[in-house]
Design a protein around this ligand. Structure first.
Ligand SMILES: *Cc1c(COP(=O)(O)O)cnc(C)c1O
Length: 969
């Protein structure tokens, strides 16, 4: 450092930009030379077509430091007020066990992992998810459960469509109880109409008498009651060939009969109260459990037990090569990103407390509710007589009580002028009960005496007698040390970004900086009920308004809704807006959606869910969308054209030149342009879809804007639109959870107004920290890193598609097909061999079968890129050895990868290549080695023998008889 270095330049080196972006300026210069450019600007000019380039810099503030940004968001957080909340309505207060808070939610080993498509490096999180599935199936009394859905509202909608597919009844009616949570009803309304399902509402008892293909009950109901003869309803619905769907509260199910015991076919719910904070609405893990008969048409991901080549038990995503329910034109659901991290938390909560602990929590909550009910009754207040934790208080002046409660910093649920809901939970204290009683003018002197004097208020005919969570995993790790080590042992089995780059094309696995993550667990963000009065959520309002404005600026659109809680939900919201727009203009016949064949599977799936017909358009030999085909299809369907959905830059990793012309063609025929914004990481600061002619996009905040993938969720998929579509964006739900507009306007796509609100600080922090220059540089370096990898690997693996000047955008597709033809080594073999080198594989066989798509992102340093390239080159050498006959075609390290420690250290070694090559193909691996816990997992076995809950320790029954080695967890 020279003596007269300026203050400004000294401070510059403290900038977050330099921490977020992997390569430093010297490395950037070196890499630019490799790709044949002398500046980032000339390099960018050579890639991004001039027709779409932004002339001006982003109108965002300059970068600030971590210290400054944290102080700023601290100020915003302080504007939220944390009241004691007894609102309930599907959300409950909970104590996140601190050991789970720190070692799961705040632990990059868990939150930076990717969806477990690569089974061998995902055994830890899949075990946590199989615990989750077991927990949900056990508590609901169902045979099988999935590994999370987005929220209870969308889970109920998925139950409705699963029932439609599975019921024998030909009715088009779905009956919904009047006592289902209002926000669930809103999502059902949205989802039913476009696919022609008629919703009929009524009292629970009418479920038995209404002709329908399915019914939805809430158990206990939204007012906390147990009103109906559930068994009789089930029998009646079944007699009409319909199915019974039930939305449940898992904690209540520890004390009352499981719906599976009284005839339910599909059970959904939220696991939020198992240790996941309110977060102003999300993220939390919902779930679906159902009868075994429906497992093959169940939405969402399902973890199953298979075997590896050694015959050991091994987990894998079952019944899906990629996502069995997102089968493009045959899709039945568009769920891709779900809520894995939150599902892991909820499952650990059950592991930590065990069945007895959960019963204790449930019983304590119930006792407090019963005592409060008794006191209120004595004070002359009318309270329902059967409940678990929620009191339905009637015949009172709700307005006056609400006012009094607010003065005491207490939130109650105002149902109408004359009734209230009071929901208790694990966090409720004796003082809370006294304060609540006080609101009604009642006084509590001796709560223990009241306890003795007050009977339970559970429905006597519905008490739970069956056991649950009997598996040892739920009965072992109850001390903090045990749980700590269990979680650590699982994390150690997995490869996440805390150990290696994850170069997954289309997934944008960039840095999730610690400073971005810190605010999400602050109580002012975490402990806000989604229906808290607006006066208490001013901080969230500022955060959300601010983030919306930033995203408007970045995308060039006019309005943004943050409600969708995944990319696919954003697609759905955007297409619904297009649909509503056409209808409002009297063009309801517009139902054709053009989608290029290279599109992500969620695109056609979302279009189907909107009732649109998908017409697939071609790509040319260079990987570009075929403009002539688009023109021809647009002309052919001119008066029916609703939209085109295209990803830009394309999933083939190139900036197509014709995007502006395509927008013009589609508009000329009256259609709207949907740009899938999953690839915004190549665009931010350089070009804006809203300015080149696109009408709507979703963004993936869990890709471009740094929300971690969490092993497959959470996510946020904001929907951004031009102003003509703004009236049709998802809108705020009122304080009661009911939408504030009329039907057709602003349909709700998530249960909570702002979806996964509590993780929005992450993206807010990212944009604030990077500022206008940092964001632009990130896009440039993302492209530089991709081109550097493509160039270094070019002599070894050809890049399938390039754009202008022989450059790719922010990702490159390596074509393995010629090598497979010559040597029999497949892209999958290379993906598995990378594990032996300690790397997570790139995206396998998407969007082109037999290829690997590499997206390094800007956060990877040149050192890490070189490490990856060295591994890929070494693998190419192994393939060459097969070509040259030096390695056997069948018995080589690629075909048998990955290699476990047990295999390479076994007494017997029968392979035609040395152990050393198997385990340590590069010398650096001797210093640091990742050992996969299982060998290559058998894909077929797991799908033929579907088994989706914890493996019994001592006994094997039925389908899993084949396993001889017990899996000790
Ligand atoms: C990731 C992705 C999606 C889906 O996003 P989710 O959040 O997983 O629903 C859609 N399109 C493309 C191109 C993607 O890469």
């Amino acid at each position: 450092m020279t003596q007269n270095t300026s203050l400004r330049s000294l401070e510059h080196h403290d900038a977050f930009i330099e921490r977020h972006i992997g390569p430093n300026d010297a490395e950037i210069a070196q890499m630019l030379r490799v790709v044949g450019h002398d500046s980032l600007e000339s390099f960018t000019d050579a890639i991004v077509p001039g027709s779409i380039r932004s002339a001006e810099a982003l109108a965002l503030p300059e970068a600030i430091s971590e210290v400054e940004a944290l102080a700023k968001i601290r100020g915003i957080a302080k504007r939220n007020q944390v009241f004691r909340s007894f609102i309930g309505q599907g959300y409950a207060g909970t104590h996140t066990p601190n050991v789970i808070l720190r070692n799961i939610l705040e632990n990059p080993a868990w939150y930076t992992a990717y969806t477990p498509y690569q089974a061998e490096i995902s055994q830890g999180r899949m075990e946590a998810l199989i615990n989750f599935q077991t927990m949900c199936a056990d508590l609901t009394g169902m045979e099988i459960a999935n590994a999370s859905l987005l929220d209870e509202g969308t889970a109920a909608a998925e139950a409705m469509t699963l029932a439609k597919r599975s019921a024998r009844s030909k009715s088009n009616v779905f009956f919904v109880s009047n006592a289902v949570h209002p926000q669930t009803v809103e999502v059902l309304r949205t989802r039913a109409e476009p696919i022609g399902i008629e919703l009929v509402f009524g009292d629970e008892s009418e479920a038995a008498t209404t002709e329908s293909f399915g019914v939805l009950l809430q158990y206990p109901d939204t007012y906390g009651r147990f009103g109906a003869d559930y068994q009789a309803i089930s029998d009646a619905v079944h007699a009409r060939q319909g199915l019974v769907c039930v939305a449940v509260d898992l904690l209540a199910l520890t004390l009352i009969a499981a719906p599976g015991e009284w005839g339910a076919d599909i059970v959904v719910g939220n696991t939020q109260r198992f240790g996941v904070p309110y977060g102003f609405g999300g993220p939390h893990a919902a779930f679906m459990a159902c009868r075994d008969a429906y497992k093959r048409s169940m939405p969402g991901r399902l973890i199953g037990v298979s075997v590896d080549v050694e015959g050991n038990n091994a987990y894998r995503l079952t019944l899906q090569t990629r996502e069995q329910h997102i089968r493009r034109e045959k899709a039945t659901s568009n769920i891709c990103t779900a809520q894995v991290l939150l599902a892991v938390m909820a499952s650990m909560y059950a592991v930590y407390h065990g069945p007895e602990g959960l019963v204790r929590i449930a019983r304590r909550t119930h006792r407090l509710a019963a005592i409060l009910a008794g006191v209120l009754r004595k004070a002359g207040v009318t309270v329902g007589d059967q409940f678990f934790d929620t009191l339905h208080v009637t015949g009172i002046d709700a307005g006056a009580l609400h006012h009094r409660a607010q003065q005491a910093h207490i939130n109650l649920r105002v149902i109408d002028n004359g009734s209230l809901g009071i929901a208790l939970d694990e966090t409720t204290t004796r003082e809370d009960i006294a304060a609540l009683a006080g609101l009604f003018g009642a006084e509590i002197t001796d709560i223990d005496a009241l306890d003795t004097a007050t009977a339970d208020a559970l429905p006597q005919g519905l008490l739970r007698t069956s056991r649950f969570l009997t598996h040892p995993v739920f009965n072992t790790h109850h001390s903090e040390h045990e749980l700590l080590r269990y979680m650590r042992s699982l994390a150690d089995k997995d490869l996440a970004m805390d150990r290696t780059m994850i170069p997954l094309g289309s997934c944008t696995m960039k840095l999730n900086a610690t400073a971005e993550m810190l605010p999400i667990t602050w109580p002012e963000f975490a402990n806000i009920h989604p229906l808290a009065p607006a006066a208490q959520t001013q901080g969230y309002k500022e955060l959300i308004d601010g983030l919306e404005a930033m995203l408007v600026e970045v995308t060039g659109y006019d309005n943004v809704s943050l409600q969708p809680n995944s990319g696919a939900q954003g697609e759905y919201a955007g297409l619904l807006a297009i649909r509503a727009y056409h209808r409002a203009r009297g063009e309801a016949q517009r139902d054709i959606c053009l989608i290029p064949e290279s599109a992500h599977g969620t695109n056609p799936a979302s279009a189907q869910l909107c009732g649109m017909k998908v017409v697939v358009t071609k790509c040319d030999k260079d990987g570009n969308v075929d403009v002539e085909d688009i023109r021809a299809q647009a002309e052919k369907y001119s008066d029916r054209l609703a939209a085109i959905m295209m990803t830009y830059p394309s999933t083939h990793g190139v900036f197509e030149e014709d995007v502006v012309e395509i927008c013009e063609i589609v508009h000329k025929h009256g259609g709207q342009v949907y740009t899938d914004g999953a690839n915004m990481n190549a665009l931010v600061g350089l070009a804006k879809p809203g300015k080149w002619g696109s009408d709507v996009s979703h963004l993936n905040l869990h890709k471009t804007f740094c929300i971690p993938h969490g092993g497959g969720g959470p996510g946020v998929g904001p929907c951004a639109v031009k102003s003509h579509l703004a009236p049709y964006l998802p809108r705020a739900l009122g304080g009661d959870g009911v939408r504030t507009q009329g039907v057709g306007e602003g349909a709700a796509v998530s249960a909570a107004t702002f979806g996964s609100a509590s993780i929005l600080p992450i993206s807010w922090m990212y944009i604030t920290l990077m500022g206008r220059e940092g964001l632009r540089k990130a896009s440039q370096v993302a492209m530089l890193n991709a081109n550097y990898v493509a160039r270094r690997l070019a002599p070894h693996y050809p890049t399938l598609y390039t754009g202008r000047n022989n450059l790719v955008a922010h990702e490159c597709i390596l074509d393995l097909r010629p090598l497979e033809k010559a040597t029999g080594v497949s892209a999958e073999d290379v993906a598995k061999r990378l594990i032996d080198f300690g790397f997570h594989a790139p995206t396998l066989s998407f969007p082109v079968a037999g290829t690997l798509m590499v997206e390094p992102t800007e956060s990877e340093s040149m050192h890490e890129l070189d490490r990856f390239c060295d591994a890929m080159i070494q693998i190419r050498e192994e393939i060459r050895a097969i070509e040259d006959g030096k390695l056997d075609r069948g018995d080589n390290p690629l075909k048998h990868a990955p290699h476990t420690a047990a295999q390479v250290s076994a007494t017997e070694w029968t392979h035609a290549y040395p152990r050393e090559l198997a385990a340590f193909p590069l010398p650096v691996l001797r210093q640091q080695k990742y050992w996969p816990p299982v060998a290559r997992v058998d894909n077929v076995y797991g799908d033929k023998n579907v088994f989706c809950s914890c493996v019994p320790i001592n006994e094997f029954a039925g389908e899993i008889e084949a396993f001889s080695e017990p899996m000790v967890s």
